[in-house]
Design a protein around this ligand. Structure first.
Ligand SMILES: *Cc1c(COP(=O)(O)O)cnc(C)c1O
Length: 396
């Protein structure tokens, strides 16, 4: 590989179609932030919106805000914004609750509308929180539901006629491996199984085409590459064909056809709003709404391309400058997520030092170093400087 210079990476930034986007975020001085896969940076628009929704909407309108400021409609409105980023139609996504709770909703719904089978297929290395929810559903089912965890390479062969649901995370949080959503969804459909995709690590950083793949359900997190703020609302996608067949396991008044009638009998509303349970957290939904403005007019294919290039540069530089680090993610950009992963026996020590020097990235036990690359606000120069910092630490 030809030596990569600071001049060269600055040239890459100069022609980057997203070079103006960084300005839309508030990033602390002197920090290179490579942790947007855990907590997205703050879009400047969020600050203003939070101020407005508290001081003006809540502060001045009080209870009239529900109508006056469209608070009731907000979860659906924000869901529609996310829909464009993940290949869903308007009315197929709603913002509500955390990812874990939405996973519970999606699994219980898929068990209802899917084939009368009892096994949920997932991957051994799936996100732990998702595995906990799956196991809890099995435990509560009185033996009717079983969870089958297999290695990634055994997924296809395990899609037999006993599988009710294939439940996977699109982009793996640890290995940075990206599943082939189209191929796996197709195979699941051929086997008669429902699909649930967790998009927490892909939405906002990579192109996702749920309807193009024929996916049934999806869920995801609002605070990673969507930058909705710590603990902000997640979202759920239900393909239009299933929406009105579901009787929600977490039935709630916000999913009632006439919530303000306070009828003693539950009668679900049509459409995606049926997935709502309780009163929406308006401040959180407003933050996510404002955060999503940075995606206005943004082509997600181009976002994915930049993610790939940032990762390619990172890998190339590490291999040239820090041969101690072992590549632990796919080399091919299309097989990778928007983070690069390496291993090193003393990763914990190195990462602590890296953070001390202003490069924020993270460590996962026992020896994993993760660098999240957010295409909208990370530059090629960020990558160059981060690897230079690693090199200095290794040389000591
Ligand atoms: C971040 C993440 C979650 C987080 O779930 P919460 O309920 O929002 O805390 C769940 N699943 C995956 C795959 C994630 O990456």
């Amino acid at each position: 590989m030809k030596k990569i210079t600071l001049e060269k990476v600055r040239e890459m930034d100069r022609i980057d179609p997203f070079r103006g986007k960084r300005e839309e975020f508030l990033l602390p001085e002197g920090i290179i932030y490579l942790d947007g896969n855990s907590l997205g940076a703050l879009p400047k628009a969020v600050r203003l919106r939070i101020r407005d929704v508290t001081e003006n909407e809540w502060g001045q309108s009080l209870i009239a805000g529900w109508d006056k400021h469209g608070w009731v409609a907000l979860p659906g409105k924000v869901g529609d914004k996310i829909a464009r980023l993940i290949g869903a139609k308007q009315g197929e996504v709603v913002v509500t609750e955390s990812t874990s709770i939405n996973l519970f909703k999606a699994v219980t719904a898929a068990l209802q509308v899917g084939p009368k089978r009892g096994t949920i297929l997932t991957e051994k290395g799936n996100f732990p929180a998702d595995l906990y929810v799956l196991d809890a559903i099995a435990r509560e089912s009185g033996g009717k539901v079983k969870i089958k965890r297999v290695a990634r390479e055994d997924l296809i062969a395990s899609l037999t006629d006993e599988i009710a649901i294939l439940c996977l995370t699109h982009a793996n949080y640890k290995t940075s491996v990206r599943h082939d959503m189209a191929a796996l969804t197709r195979r699941a459909r051929e086997a008669g199984a429902m699909t649930i995709w967790d998009l927490s690590h892909s939405a906002g950083a990579l192109p996702v085409d749920l309807n193009g793949c024929g996916a049934d359900f999806a869920i995801g997190c609002g605070y990673k590459f969507l930058n909705g703020g710590p603990g902000g609302s997640g979202y759920i996608f239900v393909a239009a064909r299933h929406q009105n067949k579901i009787l929600p396991a977490l039935a709630g008044w916000m999913g009632h056809v006439r919530p303000f009638d306070f009828s003693s009998d539950y009668q679900p509303v049509s459409g995606i709003a049926r997935q709502l349970t309780g009163t929406p957290f308006v401040i959180g939904a407003a933050a996510l709404d404002a955060a999503l403005e940075v995606f206005d007019g943004v082509d997600m294919e181009a976002v994915g391309e930049k993610a790939g290039k940032l990762g390619d540069l990172f890998i190339g530089l590490v291999e040239a400058e820090c041969p101690e680090m072992k590549l632990a993610c796919p080399r091919e950009a299309t097989g990778r997520t928007s983070q690069v992963t390496f291993t090193y026996p003393e990763a914990q020590k190195i990462m602590a030092e890296v953070v001390k020097r202003g490069v924020v990235a993270d460590f996962r036990p026992p020896d994993v170093m993760r660098f999240g690359l957010a295409p909208l606000y990370n530059s090629y120069e960020d990558v160059y400087r981060a690897v230079l910092t690693l090199k200095e630490i290794f040389k000591q």
